[in-house]
Design a protein around this ligand. Sequence first.
Ligand SMILES: Nc1ncnc2c1ncn2[C@@H]1O[C@H](COP(=O)(O)OP(=O)(O)OP(=O)(O)O)[C@@H](O)[C@H]1O
Length: 607
Amino acid sequence: MGAKKQSQVVKSEGNGTNDVFASCSFSSLGLDSNLCDQLRERLGFEVPTLVQAQAIPVILSGRHALVNAATGTGKTVAYLAPIIHRLQSYDNRIQRTDGTFALVLVPTRELCLQVYEILQKLLHRFHWIVPGYIMGGENRSKEKARLRKGISILIATPGRLLDHLKNTTSFMYSNLGWIIFDEADRILELGFGKDIEEILDLLGSRRKRHDDPENTVPRHTKIQRQNLLLSATLNEKVNHLAKISLDNPVLIGLDGKKIEPISTIESLDPSESDEDNEDKYSNKILTVGDYKVPTQLVQRYVKVPCGSRLPVLLSILKHLFEREPSQKVVVFFSTCDAVDFHYSLLSEFQFSSYPQTEGIRQIFLGCKTFRLHGNMEQADRRTSFQAFKTEKSALLLSSDVSARGLDFPKVRCIIQYDSPGEATEYVHRVGRTARLGERGESLLFLQPIEIDYLQDLEKHGVSLTEYPVLKMLDNFPLYGQKNLMKKSVFLDSHPWVLGLQKALEAFITSKPKVDELAKKAFCSWVRAYTAHRGELKRIFMIKKLHLGHVAKSFALKQQPSLVGKSFQKQTQKRKRNEKKNGLSKRRKVASILLSISRNSPETELCH
Ligand SMILES: Nc1ncnc2c1ncn2[C@@H]1O[C@H](COP(=O)(O)OP(=O)(O)OP(=O)(O)O)[C@@H](O)[C@H]1O
């Protein structure tokens, strides 16, 4: 099949005055009237969003599709509604014993639950279509029992799906008509490429090279298979997944872009890619072009020297909640340990800026605070996720587990305290606010030595303005001297910052448990910092960091010596091994990165 015939592009219809909603009805898109009622009554959706207006007719037509639209524009319903429409329209009602008709693959457990909840609402009037989910952290035998009974539309994380495909003989999928990859790029980034290839093979949905006579998807199923890929950010790996899983796809929201025909069989498995491959991918990622960020989102950065990061973060949070007591804010950290440390700190840290009220110290931040990361117990993870969703005013401290797809209503501000790394992650993190045309703001913390990261974002069409941090800090009273305080021009000598840092260090010294968490967080933060890849290694260089200042950002008076030693030991051991094995320089870098990413807490998200 040639490139020309391979893809048809549906142009975006955004007109500037209304970038989110389309000027048509759901029924005019061809959806069943009961389903339209359901969308209105259960979900409160009166009219489709632009991406829904573009995607629904294409998906109803049975064509494979690759959908690219900004965060928070309604991609979930864009694929669920046409599938439900088709399933409810069969003359012979589908039954549980028919097994699974549609499979939705998602990168995280929270997204799995979120899609399931929406599906449940949409299926209220179609009780014979059974929704279900399988995901890491859940009870396998209970899942087996549910699969045996039959699940019509199944949401799954890749690892657990593969497990059931191999081990649950009663899992019936011979009627499978749809495979959807929601947040396709993230699934691949989390290292599930090999699992995905295996899943596609097991389901008979993998295409071959374009010059292979058996190029098309096998048609051994009763129903012709339709595959869909969706994300707000697409990269070269998604391009490859598209090539091996989509047959003559329609490209939605990808004006002017093409999927190249398959000329070589590349692997989606990161363990098979050496550094050359890594370079190839990062080069191509740069050619993907601008990312779509909600136009109404106010994006800013704040330049903070490492040693002042913690008091500045706390001050900004205090300022935000004092400015608007009822609101939701999410702070992103690079590691699970950092989330735990900051959570403990914010839950207990008390402070008084007035000497006369020294005896009646108050908790520094009065808002409800939640935490979410991949190393939490499944039950706690679920509770945090649901609670933050329903709260009207709260703070969520999170790892990247919340960055993708999660739809927390009314989040006003996103703070990226630790840099996100790839620009794609930046886009998804900020995408948790300013959803569906609502207002929102984001703030990225950068150290002066990291400021080139802004240029990296610029390459993807993302530009940020500077946040007036000194002006904000000058509004805090220090020992009642608000008006007398001499204005400081430097953050690290600002009296409020210095006073707060001192109080934080005293607090940590007095709390052995929090002190322990701080040391652990320091250690994993340094490890995560070394894990930046490609171009980003030049911006986020561990060598440029003053580790004493990093320790200060965890309110530690000294750099934990134990961490330093164990780190050195690890490095020496690795060097000895490499010398023994005679690894090339390039290989060395790849192996260091691989070992770090294997240790990375977020790689176990979906298990
Ligand atoms: N037609 C509609 N009318 C009103 N609200 C809608 C409509 N479609 C979706 N929404 C709401 O918009 C929000 C964003 O939807 P959704 O989570 O599907 O976005 P998304 O494009 O998948 O975002 P992300 O890229 O972050 O995953 C949700 O709260 C959803 O309920």
